[in-house]
Design a protein around this ligand. Structure first.
Ligand code: SAM
Length: 310
């Protein structure tokens, strides 16, 4: 169970689950600046620097890794690994959308879109509509911040400001979504913030709303043993103290560590989808971004990237 969550909690970009959108966008901003970048998100930096979390903006500091390494080399490796993970996952889902567009899908739904800038940065074919679902204040922040910087969406972008624990299908339809057309759905960085039952419900609703030919791509939750989470918490605590990150929300405490979550690929296969899954470990190794020392790799519990077609 999550200790910081309630069934009807809400947030903006600078609080609670909202800040996790800033955290992952900061990783994309860092990646974009690498010579060997796997992805390019030219808007991530703008979005992170204006968010006002007081914490995740500091990930933009190019010297941060070196500063952490001076204190704790293993934490520095974990930090680098986490950045690599975000880059690899972003690339996987960018490719998912490129494939969906090539297959003729023009209706896109990004669930829990946070500071995802794909509606602005991917080369969408004419006629594409991108629905973005997230909390009202999160969507509001992104659109306003990018507009301030003269950045326009590259497709028709439609905000669907609704909590995914509420009647989001109704809100989506009211926003113009057409369930008779094939859709490409994305759930990236979302499932860990939903309890197991809400995850099942989410996929039931996606299935109901998906015409034949629809696709869905998902980052699954890698559930790690409580003991390992505790070890990591203690180490990060030390780093937080040293770098003045005390005010950071403990992200692990925002997540639901439900051990009996459905296996997403199996669930989809059992409900009318053809699914393929790749472990994030395999994908990171394939792209030569696995830097975690053996001793820190723990007992598994890593996520998968799943893509399915109906
Ligand atoms: N998908 C984006 C990405 O990968 O950059 C954002 C990921 S961020 C880690 C988690 C996002 O999930 C936040 O933007 C948060 O607002 C959203 N979120 C989590 N639970 C939600 C819910 N119940 N309803 C709507 N949005 C939710």
């Amino acid at each position: 169970m999550s200790s910081l969550r309630t069934d009807d909690d809400t947030w903006d970009i600078a609080t609670s689950v909202g800040t996790t959108a800033v955290m992952v966008a900061a990783a994309r901003a860092r990646e974009t600046e690498r010579d060997d970048a796997l992805i390019r998100d030219p808007y991530a930096k703008i979005l992170v620097s204006g968010a006002g979390t007081g914490v995740w903006e500091r990930i933009l500091d190019p010297d941060l890794s070196a500063k952490i390494a001076e204190v704790d080399a293993e934490i520095a490796a974990i930090f680098e690994h986490m950045g690599n993970y975000q880059a690899v996952r972003t690339r996987y889902f960018d490719q998912f959308f490129a494939d969906a567009a090539a297959a003729g899908i023009r209706q896109i739904v990004i669930l829990a879109s946070g500071l995802d800038s794909r509606a602005y940065r991917l080369p969408w074919p004419d006629g594409t509509v991108v629905y973005e679902i997230d909390q009202p204040k999160v969507l509001e922040y992104k659109a306003a911040r990018l507009a301030e910087h003269g950045v326009q969406p590259a497709a028709r972008r439609v905000e669907v400001a609704v909590d995914l624990r509420h009647d989001w299908p109704k809100a989506l339809r009211e926003a113009g979504f057409d369930p008779t057309k094939p859709t490409a759905w994305l759930a990236e960085g979302l499932l860990m913030y939903l309890p197991a039952a809400a995850q099942d419900r989410l996929f039931e609703l996606i299935t109901e709303l998906s015409a034949a030919g629809s696709r869905v791509s998902v980052e699954t939750v890698g559930v790690q043993a409580e003991e390992r989470r505790e070890q990591m918490r203690e180490r990060f605590e030390r780093i937080r103290g040293m770098f003045g990150f005390e005010e950071t929300v403990d992200v692990a405490e925002l997540m639901y560590h439900d051990p009996d979550r459905a296996d997403v690929a199996e669930w989809l296969e059992a409900h009318g989808w053809r699914a393929t899954a790749v472990t994030s470990v395999a994908e990171m190794r394939r792209l030569d971004r696995w830097v975690l020392p053996e001793a820190l790799s723990g007992d598994g519990g890593f996520s998968q990237f799943v893509t399915a077609q109906k």
